[in-house]
Ligand binder design. Structure first.
Ligand SMILES: [Zn+2]
Length: 471
């Protein structure tokens, strides 16, 4: 490494060490310092520390879970450095300053191109893999500025746009991630994953889905989960054939029995992969089946030991029983006869995934709203709520604006028996106590608390207080 980069790397690693000592100090600071001293050219040098290469994982929902699953799979065959919750180039540099490994695996959240600089990250980190989970509408306001879906989608595309080698892994059933793959087929290899099972999502879409090429409304012959399914457009755009498929899905005792079938290529060994085997996974929601299939596809693509594929995937699936959910995620509890589900559902797609695992008959919904200027998110939520038909809705402000929450409440009141609880996040303890009171007093068999929140903090606090009070 050049002298400048060595100095930058030493300073960054020292900062990483200090940050580790003092909890709560900015995790991005070491990377920031490194980039200030060394600049982007040193980032390129630093990214070569991962012997086989770096992998970036992005999408609207499922990033963290997929990253965790992929780490669990790959570390059986190789050394991995896993990084979660990064959404700036500084955070990625901080991750790279950590331990040397064969693979650097980075969850990369992208809200806007300006803030996350996805093309810069791709150019200098030079990944061997970019993985897309699923893309839907979220964060329509970022730092007080409007962030239209078009821009948001473009920012996600930019993370793989500069790639000239390696693999892009895309969900074939999601027209947006599939489109990203198709666009890049001329430059790199693309591995698509998808379902091929007798499953049908009969509830309406959380938002209309338009063709990424001509913007006409897409036609679905089948939907597996919300906008993921078999689709086509009059212009010729249609779902690509997946290389890795989930070809069987049945309930067995308290588990899913699935079959994964793959016809693809392994990047590391340059071998053709053809495999088909059955395995059991925990009885989790369809969105997690997608996450597991996505992680498995990435594992099949990158493992330096393709001869282990079947054994490793089967073994990892067994470990998923005690797999801890990422913080803030939707969890279901039993409280006497009541079923109580608590966790974030920041966008229509996520709220729908929660309702897919939570019983909605005779339900009380405690709904935390989006912010001011996020009407699109609210409309997506409302579509999902309408199809669930809760008996009673308690509306709380989920993000900053209480007056925006009041307006959303007024709309909800036109359709449902609803009440408004204007408690802001500044009084989080009061808000949590009020929610726990509603759960306790509700007479319905099912209670669900979901919607937008200040990231994981609120949901974690709510879940732990719920458990310490009632369980
Ligand atoms: Zn079209």
């Amino acid at each position: 490494m050049k002298f400048k980069c060595t100095t930058a790397s030493l300073a960054g690693r020292l900062a990483r060490f200090i940050v580790k000592l003092g909890r709560g100090m900015g995790r991005s600071f070491p990377g920031y310092l490194f980039l200030r001293i060394g600049g982007f050219d040193c980032l390129r040098e630093l990214s070569k520390r991962s012997k086989i290469g770096n992998i970036l994982i992005t999408g609207t929902n499922g990033k963290t879970t997929t990253t965790k699953m992929l780490c669990l799979l790959l570390k059986k065959d190789s050394s991995v450095s896993c990084n979660f919750d990064s959404n700036t180039v500084n955070a990625v540099a901080t991750g790279l300053l950590g331990g040397k490994a064969e693979f650097g695996i980075f969850e990369y959240g992208i809200r806007t191109a300006k803030y996350s600089m996805p093309d810069t990250v791709c150019k200098y980190v030079d990944p061997i893999g970019v993985i897309y989970t699923t893309i839907s509408r979220e964060h329509t306001m970022v730092a007080g500025e409007k962030n239209p879906f078009r821009e948001y989608f473009k920012a996600k595309r930019l993370l793989s746009a500069p790639m000239k080698k390696g693999f892009i892994i895309c969900n074939a059933d999601d027209p947006r991630t599939a489109f990203i793959g198709m666009e890049k087929e001329k430059d790199v290899q693309v591995a698509y994953y998808g379902l091929e099972v007798g499953l049908e999502d009969e509830t309406p879409l959380s938002a209309p889905v338009h063709c990424p090429i001509c913007e006409e409304k897409l036609e679905y012959s089948k939907r597996y989960l919300n906008h993921r399914g078999i689709y086509r457009c009059k212009c010729g755009f249609s779902r690509p054939e997946p290389h890795v498929k989930l070809t069987r899905l049945s309930k067995k005792d308290k588990k899913w029995e699935i079959e994964i079938s793959s016809e693809t290529c392994n990047y590391t060994s340059q071998k053709r992969i053809s495999s088909k085997f059955k395995l059991e996974v925990p009885n989790f929601g369809i969105h997690n089946l997608y996450n597991f299939l996505c992680a498995s596809t990435a594992y099949i693509t990158f493992t330096p030991h393709p001869e282990n594929i079947k054994e490793t995937i089967i073994k990892t699936a067994q470990e998923l029983e005690k797999f801890t959910l990422p913080p803030g995620r939707f969890e279901i509890f039993k409280l006497g006869d009541k079923t109580v589900g608590i966790g974030q559902g920041d966008n229509g797609d996520a709220l729908k995934a929660n309702l897919q695992v939570h019983p909605s008959d005779e339900m009380t919904l405690i709904y935390t709203t989006p912010d001011k200027g996020e009407d699109e998110i609210f409309q997506d939520h409302l579509r999902v709520i309408k199809s669930a038909k809760p008996m009673k809705i308690h509306v709380f402000p989920g993000r900053e604006s209480t007056s925006a929450a009041r307006n959303y409440y007024k709309t909800i009141k036109e359709y449902f028996d609803a009440s408004f609880h204007p408690i802001s996040n500044k009084e989080m303890d009061k808000k949590i106590d009020e929610i726990l009171g509603i759960i306790d007093e509700s007479s319905t068999e099912s209670v669900m608390v979901s919607g937008c929140g200040p990231e994981h903090l609120f949901w974690n606090k709510l879940k732990s207080k719920f458990k310490s009070t009632f369980i």
